[in-house]
Design a protein around this ligand. Structure first.
Ligand code: NI
Length: 255
């Protein structure tokens, strides 16, 4: 059984066929998923899916690319949703220096506000880090995010950054890029992460693993990511699946 810790079945790309996509995931052994919301519409979508399917959970937060659009009312709404029985984390949140829609200082402020909220409601956080590794670590430290911990989602940083995050109670989650033929760094880093700190995810519809690279991603493909990491770690697929399942359940407080 596999736990896909980061899916966007709430995205437009799944509008037509979400139920078939979910069936295919179940058929491949994906028994749990967290649908991640990152703005008004996708948060609503995540909650709806979590209310529809027993094995689907939701995370609610605001994406750094759209940080400039987040209002105080949005933040209050996220706080209210935190008490929903199927909401298991706050996020995704973080910093994204690839796109410049939201200035860095706005991104940082919105990131800090969400960490504080997560601490207030005592929930783990899901971190989106694109080209912002050092600033992410600095803010996590300054805000004492260690209190709640969480996930470095689709991790693309160095082993050094990963270690600093693990020291702050974070899990390191790998997605499709770890399977890419030319992805030397994610493979090297994944190999070094202790089993009890590892998580797997698809981040679908984005970042489909090899051999589907460039196509629409879906939760069924998390199996390919699990197989790749098991190979890198030189453990059995069963052991890797079991351990990542346990890690995710522990982090999200799912029994
Ligand atoms: Ni995402």
């Amino acid at each position: 059984m596999l736990f896909d810790t980061h899916v966007h079945l709430n995205a437009d790309q799944f509008k037509e066929d979400a139920s078939e996509v979910i069936e295919r995931a179940n058929a491949e052994g994906v028994s749990h998923m967290v649908v991640v919301g990152f703005d008004t519409e996708t948060i609503k979508g995540a909650i709806k899916l979590a209310e529809t399917y027993e094995f689907i959970y939701a995370a609610v937060g605001w994406h750094p690319v759209d940080a400039i659009d987040m209002t105080d009312a949005d933040l209050e709404w996220i706080e209210e949703l935190a008490s929903h029985p199927k909401v298991v984390a706050i996020g995704e949140m973080g910093l994204d220096y690839h796109w410049d829609k939201s200035p860095k200082d706005v991104q940082k402020e919105v990131f800090r506000k969400q960490i504080r909220l997560a601490k207030k409601v005592n929930m783990p956080i899901i971190i989106h880090d694109r080209e912002a590794h050092q600033d992410i670590v600095t803010i996590l430290k300054e805000e004492n995010a260690e209190e709640v911990g969480g996930i470095m989602h689709c991790f693309g940083g160095s082993l050094e950054i990963a270690k600093q995050c693990m020291d702050m109670n974070f899990y390191i989650s790998f997605g499709g890029p770890v399977t890419f033929k030319n992805a030397k760094k994610p493979k090297e880093v994944a190999k070094e992460i202790p089993l009890d700190r590892l998580l797997i995810e698809t981040d679908c519809p984005f970042l489909a693993p090899h051999p589907y690279r460039g196509k629409r991603n879906e939760p069924a493909y998390v199996k390919l990511i699990a197989e790749q990491i098991a190979e890198l770690k030189e453990v059995s697929y069963e052991q890797l699946s079991k351990q990542t399942m346990e890690n995710a359940k522990k982090l999200f407080s799912i029994s």
